[in-house]
Design a protein around this ligand. Structure first.
Ligand SMILES: Cc1cc2nc3c(=O)[nH]c(=O)nc-3n(C[C@H](O)[C@H](O)[C@H](O)COP(=O)(O)OP(=O)(O)OC[C@H]3O[C@@H](n4cnc5c(N)ncnc54)[C@H](O)[C@@H]3O)c2cc1C
Length: 291
């Protein structure tokens, strides 16, 4: 399998990448880790006439803390995020989720920016962006920047808010609070496969041990990851015990409109959602101040 012929461009700055995108329009594609795009090119599902490599752009792979936010550059690879002490301290669920992506070699090359731009419905980063209300930073051809909420950025299967002439530059995640519990749980046929269903949860308790904030998102139950907003809101003020977890897990079972496909039927996905939410909430509770 070989890709169709293309011209390779080695962009050394964001301005150069944007100018090349503007010049070549629909004929051009950015390449970051190449872990999704190259496979598509080899299968001739993508046939860009111009390939713009952004790996030479300095500063696009940084991970830094900015007050109560964690800023992750588009070129940060899954392995760097999984292994980052800063991420483990500021928002550990991100490091855990990154460690579940593919195999070792995939994690060394694949990037957070590439994964979000590709928007595979069974990918970890779109789920994390929706769970954590990430802010996606985008550079426009004019040189201006715009910021989009994670839930607005991921629009559908392999579809995002990103224009063909734009570059995703950075993702801003909120840091979890001290004593805030968290858990990422997923089920795949083999370790490293794309998940069939995955759950992300964070859980904060007030001084009386009642829920003050729950974030809960599911992947694999719709064409995009979904945030269980109603369940999150109803959870506030409850005492998180075994009955509470059972109640939330039963509600999660009915979330979304899962598809029957070659990986699993809808009923199996619902069962997985229920089991994984149970596990995730129990783990988040253990990690919370009460644990
Ligand atoms: C065998 C295998 C198993 C995998 N398993 C998983 C898994 O379990 N979970 C998971 O989440 N992923 C998995 N992946 C996908 C992997 O995470 C990819 O790294 C990711 O989907 C794409 O990132 P990339 O940097 O390689 O992007 P590329 O392949 O280089 O690009 C993907 C798309 O994003 C665009 N793009 C890239 N960077 C930018 C940017 N900064 N701004 C705008 N557009 C951009 C490209 O033009 C292209 O359209 C797997 C891949 C393989 C090959």
């Amino acid at each position: 399998m070989k890709p169709a012929p293309f011209t390779y461009h080695d962009a050394q700055s964001l301005e150069e990448a944007l100018a090349l995108l503007a010049e070549h329009g629909d004929e051009a594609k950015l390449i970051a880790g190449g872990q999704s795009l190259v496979a598509m090119m080899n299968l001739r599902l993508a046939q860009p006439g111009h390939l713009i490599d952004i790996n030479g752009i300095a500063g696009l792979d940084g991970i830094e803390r900015d007050g109560e936010s964690l800023l992750i550059g588009a070129l940060a690879c899954h392995a760097d995020i999984a292994g980052s002490d800063l991420v483990r301290e500021a928002c550990p669920i991100l490091a855990d989720a990154a460690g579940h992506i593919g195999q070792y070699a995939i994690r060394q090359r694949g990037t957070i920016g590439g994964s979000l731009s590709h928007a595979d419905p069974a990918a970890e980063w779109p789920l994390m962006a929706i769970l954590m209300d990430a802010k996606i930073e985008i550079a426009q051809p004019s040189g201006d920047r715009r910021t989009v909420e994670g839930a607005d950025f991921i629009q559908s299967i392999y579809t995002t808010d990103l224009g063909p002439d734009e570059v995703l530059t950075r993702v801003r995640f909120p840091c979890v609070e001290r004593d805030e519990g968290w858990a990422f749980k997923s089920f795949a046929r083999r370790r490293g496969d794309y998940f069939i269903v995955a759950v992300g949860a964070t859980l904060a308790l007030d001084g009386a041990g009642r829920v003050s904030r729950l974030r809960l998102a599911l992947g694999g139950m719709e064409v995009t990851a979904i945030r269980l907003v109603e369940i999150e809101q109803e959870a506030i003020g409850n005492t998180p015990d075994g009955d509470w977890i059972e109640h939330i897990a039963a509600a999660a079972r009915g979330a979304g409109e899962p598809a029957d496909d070659q990986h699993a039927d809808a009923e199996y996905r619902r069962e997985l959602a229920c089991v994984l939410v149970t596990d995730a909430l129990a783990e988040a509770l253990n990690r919370s101040g009460r644990g």
